[in-house]
Design a protein around this ligand. Sequence first.
Ligand code: ADP
Length: 480
Amino acid sequence: MSGTRAARNFVDGAWAEHDGALIDVVNPATGQVVAQVADTPAEEVDRAVRAAARAFAEWRFSNPTVRADLLHRLADEVAAREVELGRSVTVEMGKPLGEARGEVRKLALALHFYAEEATRVRGSIVANTEEGFTSLVEHEPIGVVGAITPWNYPLELIGWKLGASVAAGCTIVVKPSEYTPTAGLLLMECVEAAGFPAGVVNLVTGAGATGAALTQHPVVDKIAFTGSGRTGAAIARSVPNVKPMSMELGGNCPLVVTANADVAAAVKGALRRAFRNAGQICIAINRAYVHDSVHDEFVAGLVAGAQQLVVADGLEQPDADVGPVTNQEILDRSLAHVRDAVDHGARVACGGEAPAGAGPGLFLSPTVLVDCDQEMLVMHAETFGPVLGVSRYSDLDDALQRANSTDAGLAAYAYTQDLGEAFTLRKRLDFGNVAVNNVDAGIINAPYGGRKGSGYGYEHAREGMDGYLQIKHTRLRHGA
Ligand code: ADP
């Protein structure tokens, strides 16, 4: 176990040693405890929030070029520690090292992106009805941000919030997932090395109670949450005073493959977006609606591709395709969704169990279920594991109706080479992100956010920063 240095928080620009209750961090590929981190009590959360509030008094007026320089420096620190940061992600959440290093590189890009956005906050001058008056509209930072993040992208999901809020002139207290806290702690070493003023960026580890102490803290001005719908709703109910919130909640994302699709491309896209990160992505494809005329070809390609994916401990095999799922809850739910589908008439075309010789970890082979109908859990409840349900359709209206029929509104995918169909699908899919003939809707310079039960607010792009800014209108009488 390498965890003795992990039981600490980054508060007010310094490492605060913690000698209270600890939380075990477990490697899902081996079942071994790899670190112990602080189960931070409310008093320490309070200290972090107050440090962030003190720092905000100056940081809010800091020159945007200063913020930009610090964020660029942080991105460079992150890039320089790619292997170490990547390993920390692999050992605590399971994604193969190659993929984890990719997450670190994307984190560095996001930080560079927001470094540049810091200098591009603009206002406007608005016409007045009377001579001698000018209206100025400016964007000002909101204040102290309380950020709560999940375990599936332990670094990027902190980075989007940290980059956008700090660029906007806010200060931040992060509470990472209890499953993946050490990656966040390492990121704070990068923050320290980059030289941010004390209190601008803080991180406390802990579980739900630590998160609740942060989100319920009256001095927090804005809550940025990514996680389950259940926890998001609990937070929204519990905040003591009115404050802005952004909620990136679960998905349950459909893929529509029409009669006019390039089937090989659709198979490739489905394999990537259903099984990458072991399906533990809010924008993972959970359910596919495939036209009768291409259904069998699609399923044959999908099954052949899924069976070729290498499932392994991603530290030992850094280029494996699929690691273990991160915790028992995910494995149990994935298997429950498979069982439910089979009980209601679906067939397991591949997967459905741990691969042979997988060892003690939480492994599940990429699983394809065919002959699914909308009542099955896999077709309407987020699995968040490597399971994909496939259903046929003969009429595009019916496929669209089923695709839109769940509470989820985060992302949807479609494959068609017919331009008219592409536009119909784009228009009628009721989701915040729609990818047509590709499966990578999430790019840093376009806004990313959900609708319906998938939450509200945006990350990425300029819109991601807008969530940390508030408008001030000044009407100035200066005389004609
Ligand atoms: P996931 O399983 O997708 O990570 P959760 O919603 O369980 O989703 O957890 C997301 C984050 O929310 C984690 O950092 C977790 O510790 C935190 N959390 C859990 N319960 C609460 C709560 N009541 N208030 C604030 N944060 C919470």
